[in-house]
Ligand binder design. Structure first.
Ligand code: 13P
Length: 252
């Protein structure tokens, strides 16, 4: 188990110039309640990163992106470099989300290259892994996820976060059972220790997939669950704040 829980909101392709109220509510809560046992991140779409950073100036909230390119610069139309993300105030970057793996054909090798670029730029990569429904039903979930970990995580640098997001649990309301989460997170922890040695014990392993205000506390109490990567519920201030609050409660 890592010492600190991390709650990260992944806005996906949501949010707008009208999202200031949402950010301010979360920011107010974090400024008054967040101790050092819980960290909070918000990952809006690229064009909002600088703005969200301004809206939460000097806040404990870490702003992040949802992807980056593996190169520093160059002829890559439509892509964004980790270096630029760092320059505009990002601290973290989600890499290899299942929606990018499936919608954009991202392989674990590419995910690993992106994670390396993020680390080089001084960003903390949140490397996502997770099995499909079919892979779970055929009994291959653990094998698939551990393979993804092995191929997606840069072996020379443990300054990463891992997010286990079963594809079938994302945006469906079908949250994984505490037993399934426990089993997978323990397997991931063992794999991280195999790759990184002692440092593998400190890597935060987040769970993502239909986390909400009601189920957050139980999930966050599970061994080797060091936080949550939250989609839909991160777009509603009361829900996201309740999840952060649950993390504070289980940390005390
Ligand atoms: P939901 O919380 O909407 O299921 O999304 C999870 C996710 O994909 C976060 O990255």
């Amino acid at each position: 188990m890592a010492n600190q829980k991390y709650i990260i909101g992944n806005w996906k392709m949501n949010g707008s110039l009208n999202s200031k109220g949402l950010v301010s509510e979360i920011d107010d809560f974090c400024r008054s309640k967040l101790g050092d046992k819980v960290a909070v991140g918000i990952c809006p779409p690229f064009p909002l990163i600088g703005l969200v950073n301004e809206w939460s100036w000097e806040s404990p909230i870490n702003i992040g992106a949802q992807d980056c390119h593996f190169k520093e610069s160059g002829a890559h139309t439509g892509d964004v470099s980790a270096v630029l993300l760092k320059e505009i105030g990002a601290k973290i970057v989600i890499i290899g989300h299942s929606e990018r793996r499936s919608n954009h054909g991202e392989t674990s090798q590419l995910v690993c290259d992106k994670a390396k670029a993020a680390l080089l730029a001084g960003l903390k990569p949140v490397i996502c892994v997770g099995e499909t429904d079919e892979e779970r039903k055929s009994g291959n979930a653990i094998k698939v996820v551990l393979n993804q970990i092995e191929q997606s995580c840069p072996a020379e640098n443990a300054n990463i976060i891992v997010a286990y997001e079963p594809v079938w649990a994302i945006g469906t309301g079908n949250v994984a059972s505490p037993q399934d989460i426990l089993e997978m997170h323990n397997e991931i922890r063992a794999k991280l220790i195999e790759i990184y040695g002692h440092d593998g014990k400190k890597i935060q392993i987040l769970y993502g997939g239909s986390v909400n205000a009601k189920n957050a506390e139980e999930i966050l109490q599970t061994q080797n669950v060091d936080g949550a990567l939250v989609g839909g519920a991160s777009l509603k201030a009361p829900d996201f704040i309740a999840i952060i609050d649950a993390a504070i409660n289980v940390s005390n």
